[in-house]
Design a protein around this ligand. Structure first.
Ligand SMILES: *[C@@H]1O[C@H](CO)[C@@H](O)[C@H](O)[C@H]1NC(C)=O
Length: 118
């Protein structure tokens, strides 16, 4: 099955799940490249749509920092992120229960990101 079809299926599942408030917040991302160095923190919209975001190099893993859960001070929301190449092919997908790392299945340059909170 094509990765884009899998992503579309996953995205519709996520869209059907109940959302915990917050639609305008952004999600912080830090790329760790295959050479071990890291990018600065970048921001991507909290969205079920793919957003253009060039990683600037071949990525091994991504540190994901979801917004804080305003209902529970000091706690973060969970988030699901998918990382895609320039042809919108999936490089990796994962979920974090707060700030955490998602490791790419295919190490490559990221061009699109889709991240949304639980
Ligand atoms: C590691 O790779 C990144 C992305 O390609 C690059 O920006 C950075 O300069 C590299 N760092 C080293 C120490 O080679």
């Amino acid at each position: 099955m094509r990765a884009s079809i899998v992503l579309a299926a996953l995205t519709s599942l996520v869209a059907a799940a109940p959302q915990i408030q917050i639609s305008t917040n952004e999600i912080g991302l830090i790329f760790t490249y295959t050479n071990g160095s890291q990018s600065e923190q970048k921001w991507v919209a909290n969205s079920i749509s793919q957003e253009p975001l060039n990683s600037g190099g071949i990525v091994d893993n991504v540190f994901v920092r979801p917004p804080e859960n305003t209902a529970v001070p000091g706690h973060y929301l969970g988030a699901r992120c998918a990382f895609l190449d320039f042809q919108s092919r999936g490089l990796g997908v994962g979920h974090v229960n707060g700030p955490g790392i998602i490791i790419l299945e295919s190490k490559d340059v990221i061009e699109y990101v889709q991240c949304n909170t639980d």
